[in-house]
Design a protein. Structure first.
Length: 117
């Protein structure tokens, strides 16, 4: 964590931006995505990996967590939250037609554009 914070301090100094600048602006300047969106993206990638795992048991628990125990399962809640945030349906996600990187990047670009307008 200290390396991360030191990195942002160095970027602030390098770009000559004030210390109290909002973190979202730094993400925009660096071309990176916000931390929450990075966590969501990694979570979705993990779930996709589990849904396509070679072990039947892992695939079953991932599928059941999303379809059957959606409200109580970590996988189900994460997919629901991300589907609302990034504007895709759970059935599209389960069908494998959601490009996780693309939907997260598109959301971040749209949010960044809306903030500047």
């Amino acid at each position: 964590m200290s390396v991360f914070l030191t990195g942002w301090k160095d970027l602030r100094r390098l770009w000559s931006v004030p210390y109290n600048i909002h973190g979202d602006i730094l993400h925009g300047l660096s071309g990176d995505i916000p931390i929450f969106d990075e966590i969501c993206k990694r979570s979705l990638h993990c779930i996709v990996t589990c849904l396509h795992h070679s072990c039947d048991l892992i695939r079953f628990f991932a599928w059941h967590g999303i379809t059957g125990a959606r409200g109580t399962s970590l996988f189900g809640r994460n997919v629901n939250t991300c589907s609302v945030r990034y504007n895709f349906t759970v059935s599209e996600f389960l069908a494998g037609i959601v490009d996780v990187n693309a939907v997260v990047r598109q959301y971040c670009c749209n949010t960044e554009t809306e903030n500047w307008v």
